[in-house]
Design a protein around this ligand. Structure first.
Ligand code: NAP
Length: 333
């Protein structure tokens, strides 16, 4: 059942959007949703088929033109123009920036956003949706110093972005996703799948019964798109996947997706815990060991506020067809 979004904006005017982190796997899906050609077709679909709330939101929030920012060289003008996306290479001199971009979606690391405050101000930003992470909470008390540093960095970046936005009358919303996957480009599910492809098994620490809510990258993109199209939202929301499942079940599903027999190599948890003090002396190993321990911790977040306020409706844990992913994974490598 679809609920009404908080206050969906529909000015009818074509207002520009800027995307920071546009080359990332989430960024590409954000661009696909915002690009003007899709905007036209989603408006047509909405009028023809009583589209879903998020597709209706696409019709109200899709904006034109779309400016995609990257620190890398822009794609060729032909590719860029065909997709209706204006690629811009960072850094951009704010003094030389003249185009108005009222809406911004930041899917780059949150702590990179302050580097671009001057650009957003020069472009007349009025609305910003930026990704943080639930790691802000889950890594806060980690045994690994590197994890605690990430949590602290995210918390500080959230404060900095929100303080800056409040001071300038910019309506900012921080979205905190749980683990993001597409099965091909991500560092979570795709990494587990890569290990299974290579070694034929997956190591698990103890029962590995900690609950997870994998969130599809396209649902993150949909959340960004829906939130940018709504006024009066909160300053922060947790966005989690549509299915809650134990870690070992998530791994078993990946085996099934790869059409492989589930070979789970269980390492006794006391052994992993005993190894922690030694692992903590070696930075690379420390994160791996705490990750193993975390397989038994529930990392669960409530996304009802996002559902209520901007119609967030994430899918269950869904992997692409294995033959598609095999091909895509080989291309992605
Ligand atoms: N992956 C997850 O499971 C997960 C979970 C929760 C939250 N998140 C959040 O979701 C977002 C996307 O995740 P991700 O794994 O795709 O992130 P990522 O790979 O770390 O970075 C995304 C993009 O940000 C751009 N970028 C990096 N530094 C930048 C800077 N200083 N200025 C401008 N752009 C910069 C890069 O584009 P260029 O190199 O083209 O400039 C990159 O493609 C991040 O905010 C992350 O914290 C991720």
């Amino acid at each position: 059942m679809h609920r009404e979004p908080h206050t969906a904006r529909n000015s009818g005017a074509a207002e520009a959007a800027g995307v920071l982190g546009a080359t990332s796997f989430v960024g590409q899906l954000v661009l696909a949703r915002l690009q003007p050609s899709r905007h036209k077709s989603s408006q047509l679909q909405a009028s023809q088929h009583q589209a879903s709330l998020l597709d209706e939101s696409a019709a109200t929030s899709a904006v034109s033109p779309v400016f995609a920012f990257s620190r890398r060289a822009a794609p060729t003008a032909a590719t860029s123009a065909a997709a209706g996306i204006h690629w811009q290479q960072l850094p951009v001199s704010p003094g030389a920036w003249h185009a108005s971009i009222p809406h911004w979606i930041a899917v780059c690391p949150l702590w990179a956003v302050p580097e671009h405050f001057a650009l957003l101000e020069a472009a007349g930003a009025r609305r910003l949706v930026a990704l943080s992470s639930t790691s802000r909470f889950t890594k806060r008390d980690s045994a690994a110093a590197a994890d605690r540093a990430i949590a602290a960095r995210l918390a500080a970046a959230e404060d900095e972005v929100l303080d800056w936005a409040r001071a300038r009358g910019i309506a900012a919303t921080i979205l905190r996703p749980t683990l993001i996957y597409d099965g091909i480009h991500d560092q979570n599910v795709a990494a587990i799948a890569g290990f299974i492809r290579r070694f034929g098994f997956s190591p698990l620490a103890g029962a590995a019964a900690g609950l997870r809510q994998p969130l599809h990258a396209d649902d993150v993109a949909a959340a960004c798109q829906a939130a940018i199209g709504c006024d009066g939202l909160r300053e922060a929301y947790e966005i989690s996947g549509g299915e809650t499942l134990p870690y070992h079940e998530m791994v078993s599903r990946i085996f099934a997706w790869l059409d492989r027999p589930p070979r789970l190599a269980r390492i006794p948890l006391p052994l992993v815990r005993a190894a922690l003090p030694v692992a903590n002396l070696l930075p690379g190993l420390a994160s791996m060991a705490t990750m193993a321990v975390r397989m038994n911790e529930d990392l669960v977040f409530d996304h009802r506020a996002a559902a209520r306020d901007f119609g967030f409706q994430p899918r269950s844990f869904t992997l692409p067809l294995s033959h598609v992913s095999d091909h895509a994974a080989s291309v992605a490598r």
